[in-house]
Design a protein around this ligand. Structure first.
Ligand SMILES: Nc1ncnc2c1ncn2[C@@H]1O[C@H](COP(=O)(O)OP(=O)(O)OP(=O)(O)O)[C@@H](O)[C@H]1O
Length: 251
């Protein structure tokens, strides 16, 4: 089966800073993959690379079997950034309709996308008059309306209350069930349990790709935050990693 995303020897620098330092991984289609790592570990940079808006320093990324950024992928890949891209002077419905129009979406698609994020009661409300959580859900609806095969979500649950968070994860699971591939970043480790596979990023390195169960086992804790910390500690203590850190400090 062709992976939804395949990265080989991926390096990205921004300015003089090496941000991604040699990543190799594949993302299975029709699953939720969590991209987890501390703030500044390179999650957004990796997502930008997959979407094709980030210049690579070395290596390759294939998305749905084509090089990342290929124009024909535009209709297949949805990207919801941390800063919602929504027109504040338009209503919820007008925003979703506008983004849908670029992908030939119908009125039914618009209504479905709005319902998927639970904003049916606010369709006519101007985006400027929404709460922070509602506002970010409009951005998600704008991505859903195009029915992308690959949906990339940068911290979609930030600022949402626990009930909405749970509802969104249910929605993501339903999308994966119907064949959509989701890559969801978070720095909240408890969200990892909703994913079938996890990419653990730290300092631009991929520490591991594993399932939540494997994380729990390898990190010796059912608390996934603790398990991740254990893996970080293990990596820091490894002689090879110490060597890398020292040579970086020296250069
Ligand atoms: N344009 C840039 N020039 C130089 N460094 C940058 C640039 N953009 C980001 N960085 C740095 O790259 C590193 C990775 O940033 P990135 O936004 O990918 O991390 P992140 O894991 O998504 O963080 P967060 O969880 O805080 O959003 C950070 O140290 C950041 O300061």
């Amino acid at each position: 089966m062709t992976p939804a995303v395949k990265a080989v020897g991926l390096h990205v620098s921004r300015g003089r800073k090496k941000i991604l330092r040699g990543l190799d991984f594949a993302i299975e289609p029709g699953r939720i993959t969590g991209l987890l790592g501390p703030s500044g570990s390179g999650k957004t940079t990796l997502m930008r690379s997959i979407v094709g808006v980030q210049r690579l320093t070395a290596g390759t990324i294939e998305v749905l079997g084509r090089p990342a950024g290929t124009p024909s992928l535009r209709h297949n890949v949805g990207y919801v950034t941390q800063a919602p891209s929504v027109y504040t002077d338009l209503s919820v419905e007008a925003n979703v309709r506008y983004f849908g129009a670029m992908h030939g979406a119908t009125a039914a698609d618009t209504a479905e996308a709005i319902a998927a994020v639970g904003l049916e009661a606010l369709v006519r409300r101007k985006a400027a008059d929404l709460s922070g959580g509602e506002f970010s859900r409009v951005s998600l609806a704008c991505a859903l309306v195009a029915h992308p095969s690959l949906l990339i979500l940068d911290e979609p649950t930030v600022g949402l209350d626990p009930v909405l968070r749970a509802e969104l994860w249910e929605r993501f699971a339903a999308l994966a069930e119907s064949g959509t591939t989701l890559l969801v970043s978070s720095h909240v480790m408890e969200e990892a349990s909703h994913c079938s596979s996890l990419l653990l990023l730290r300092g631009g390195l991929l520490l591991a790709q594993l399932s939540p169960e494997e994380l729990s086992e390898r990190g010796k804790s059912h608390d996934l935050e603790r398990a991740f910390l254990h893996i970080i500690q293990e990596t820091d203590d490894a002689p090879a990693h110490r060597g890398v850190s020292e040579s970086q400090v020296a250069s």
